[in-house]
Design a protein around this ligand. Structure first.
Ligand code: PHE
Length: 339
């Protein structure tokens, strides 16, 4: 029996030596010292010994137990310390490491310019409205004094979705929707995307943006149109900007004008951006045609109004000196990061 004890102790010691984590050492403790452990099993066999042998063996087993408990305990402490050390090391924070740069989103340049325009018109008392991108022929053309066989339809190459359904070619459809739903005085702008089947190049895109404006009231004249648009141009391009009103044609306005501003690149001397003319066209406008007022149930004998359509993309490319309109739609991060 003495030999058995020595064998058990030797095996236990070896196991403790080899144990490398807290779980293993706990298993060893159960195996040798637990209630069903090997030393306890020996104690249970003592009944078969003689009365003289029993106390001697009892003492030997107890001494072996005490010794093993000491070894296991010491190893437990040692492993625990090692585990804590490893954990601390793993959780260490290097406060000298450079911080990660937080990526903050930015406004697209089109939105920056649009927000500026909205501010300007709101300060002049305009409401901001929204209209559908899929329009009926009725709102996009018919009510705007462009009947089915009118040659002005050729000015705007249209994406048709179905017989009477199309992608709006101009935000002017919003004029009609507004006049149907509101009674004068009306003062609104309607920004949005418009679509034309244009060939893509540096200055043309099949999708672009307009801001439609409409004012209808008693005694609205061409002077009001000029005042509002001149004020707008000076706020967007700077107080020195000169504004030119050129006679033009739109079926839904009479008289009609196109508005040019002095080129912001060369200040009017003539350069590549303005193709040498010193001027850049930024919008179309005019006095709302009596037929249009009538088609919306507004009496042209009592009320008059003016409307304008501003090209947001042109305004944005000239303000930021962007040479190609396609850059506004490609959403290349390297481009957008510059704003
Ligand atoms: N809708 C016209 C265009 O797209 C612009 C415009 C709007 C002209 C309102 C006059 C009045 O060309």
């Amino acid at each position: 029996m003495k030999e058995q004890i020595e064998l058990i102790v030797a095996a236990a010691k070896k196991a403790v030596d080899e144990a490398s984590d807290e779980k293993q050492i706990d298993e060893i403790r159960v195996k040798y010292l637990g209630k069903k452990g090997e030393l306890t099993a020996l104690l249970k066999q003592m009944g078969s010994l003689s009365a003289e042998e029993r106390p001697i063996m009892g003492q030997m087993v107890n001494e072996a137990k005490a010794k093993l408990e000491e070894i296991v305990g010491a190893k437990q402490i040692q492993l625990k310390e090692k585990a804590t050390e490893l954990k601390l090391k793993a959780e260490q924070i290097d406060i000298t490491m450079p911080a990660k740069e937080a990526k903050v989103g930015k406004l697209h340049p089109l939105n920056t310019v649009l927000n500026d325009m909205i501010d300007i018109f709101q300060s002049m008392g305009f409401d901001v409205l929204d209209g559908p991108e899929v329009e009926t022929d009725h709102y996009n053309f018919e009510c705007l004094n462009v009947p089915a066989d009118h040659p002005a339809r050729d000015m705007q190459d249209t994406f048709y979705l179905a017989d009477n359904l199309l992608l709006r070619t101009q935000t002017s459809a919003a004029q009609i929707r507004t006049m149907e739903n509101r009674k004068p005085p009306i003062r609104i702008i309607c920004p949005g995307r418009v679509f034309r089947a244009d060939e893509v190049d540096a200055t043309h895109s099949p999708v672009f943006h307009q801001i439609e404006g409409l004012v209808v009231d008693k005694n609205v004249t061409m002077c009001d149109l000029k005042g509002v648009l001149e004020q707008f141009a000076k706020e967007i391009y700077g107080a020195d900007t000169k504004v030119k009103f050129r006679p033009s044609f739109f079926p839904f306005t009479e008289p009609s004008v196109e508005v040019d501003v002095t080129c912001s690149e060369c200040g009017g001397k003539g350069c590549r951006v303005c193709k040498g003319s010193g001027w850049i066209e930024i919008l179309g406008a005019g006095m709302v045609h009596p037929n249009v007022l009538r088609s919306c149930g507004i009496d042209p004998e009592v009320y008059s109004g003016f409307a304008f359509g501003i090209g947001l993309d042109r305004l944005t490319t000239t303000r930021y000196k962007i040479s190609d309109i396609r850059l506004l739609f490609e959403n290349d991060k390297r481009f957008l990061d510059q704003f």
